[in-house]
Design a protein around this ligand. Structure first.
Ligand SMILES: NC(=O)c1ccc[n+]([C@@H]2O[C@H](COP(=O)([O-])OP(=O)(O)OC[C@H]3O[C@@H](n4cnc5c(N)ncnc54)[C@H](O)[C@@H]3O)[C@@H](O)[C@H]2O)c1
Length: 381
């Protein structure tokens, strides 16, 4: 049977533009769907570079203005892979044009923008998703399965951190290509919206809604040259953030993130402690899940180091043979596979825009708490 084409218009060809393009290219080789991804057009401002990108990745056409892309009738889905300050404007226009939308995280710069995006996408009633890809690392999906099966029992503790070390040099400028994350006007916030947003999304998925938070943030380097103005300007982002949280289910949590942890590149870890069992995961070793079950016979009780590569485990029957691992890029392939399955079955994949808003509410409460030094209740989406 001929497959239904899903004509993709990608905006942005940076880190995520490549990760998404790779996923669209691979998904049909490994996962069945009635739909087929068609790389219809890619858009970015530099014509020569966007042409090169299109040629390398197999996009059939290019645009240099995202508005032209959104207006094209031969595009079914807009993929937003540009800095955070552009997400809302593009998503509102794409929803108005009736396009499906896959949007990078964090959904928006602040909850006000995110609420407008949710309103627009729900009014347009088009399929939508936010690229919180870590949900789809098989070991993380397996953690979700174990929790949903009730193996952990009542959950007492959730502990997450995301550590990097790439902004320690005070000579590093802010703003522009590759460095927009250091510019509050483009990023919205620092590690809270960039890195902790991932930890928060996973936590909400695994452990349910967060009730309240208390936080501290720090900006270690207060001024940096701005690439746009050429002048030394105040740094508006948080370089580091730590917060405590209470979940609705009564469990307590700690979250920490920084770009000043020398030696750590992308150390995203979480650990969950329940009355019967504990789970822990580490992005640097992403195909493994650590699992301790107190109900095991005492003689052999201990932490199991599960090499998540067996066909019984999430997503893996679609890949190689047991024992052979997959990696980072596959989380994006899985996200596209689930999105397509959602189109096939009519049960949309998540996280959708409303889930993205839930994470933005937590980010906002964390930043408010850091400013006020008070506990802040989290709005639920
Ligand atoms: N899911 C994840 O794990 C993950 C990882 C990295 C980044 N992100 C998110 O993805 C988004 C992009 O991040 P990145 O790391 O790919 O950034 P990047 O700097 O590598 O790429 C950004 C791209 O946006 C393009 N761009 C900027 N302004 C534009 C405009 N006006 N019109 C068209 N194109 C424009 C740039 O040319 C570039 O191609 C951000 O929202 C970021 O938070 C998510």
């Amino acid at each position: 049977m001929a497959k239904k084409p899903l004509r993709i218009g990608l905006i942005g060809y940076g880190f995520m533009g490549r990760a998404h393009s790779n996923a669209y290219a691979k998904v049909g080789h490994f996962f069945d769907s009635e739909h087929e991804c068609v790389l219809q057009a890619v858009c970015a401002r530099d014509e020569a570079k966007v042409k090169d990108f299109a040629a390398r990745w197999g996009y059939q056409s290019i645009e240099t203005d995202w508005r032209q892309l959104v207006a094209r009738p031969d595009i079914d889905l807009i993929d937003i892979a540009v800095p955070n300050n552009l997400h809302a404007e593009i998503a509102l226009a794409a929803a108005k044009a009736g396009k499906m939308i896959l949007c990078e995280k964090p959904l928006a710069m602040n909850p006000l923008e995110a609420e407008k995006m949710v309103e627009a996408i729900e009014a347009a009633n088009v399929p939508n998703m936010v690229w919180y890809n870590y949900r789809r690392c098989p070991a993380v999906t397996l953690a979700k399965q174990l929790i949903d099966e009730g193996r952990l029992g009542r959950i007492f503790h959730y502990r997450a951190k995301f550590l990097q070390d790439w902004t320690i040099n005070p000579e590093l400028p802010q703003g522009g290509a590759g460095l927009w994350r250091l510019d509050a006007a483009a990023a919205g916030s620092g590690v809270t919206g960039d890195l902790l947003a991932h930890c928060i999304d996973t936590a909400l998925w695994l452990n349910g809604p967060i009730h309240s938070v208390t936080a501290m943030t720090e900006t270690f380097i207060k001024e940096r040259k701005h690439n746009a103005s050429g002048k030394v300007e105040k740094v508006g982002i948080d370089d580091a953030c730590a917060f405590l949280a209470r979940f609705d289910n009564g469990s307590l949590a700690t979250f920490e993130s920084t770009r000043y942890a020398r030696g750590h590149k992308a150390l995203y870890t979480f650990e969950i402690n329940g009355e019967n069992a504990s789970i822990s995961w580490d992005l640097h070793d992403l195909h493994r899940l650590q699992y301790f079950d107190h109900r095991d016979q005492g003689l052999v009780r201990g932490w199991r180091n599960i090499h998540v590569s067996d066909g019984d485990q999430p997503y893996l029957k679609n890949w190689w043979v047991p024992g052979l691992q997959i990696g980072y890029e596959h989380s994006f392939v899985h996200q596209v596979a689930d999105f397509l399955k959602g189109l096939d079955t009519g049960t949309p994949a998540r996280p959708n825009f409303r889930d993205g808003l839930a994470t933005d509410y937590v980010v906002d409460a964390v930043l408010n708490s850091a400013r006020s030094s008070q506990w802040v209740d989290v709005k639920h989406a």
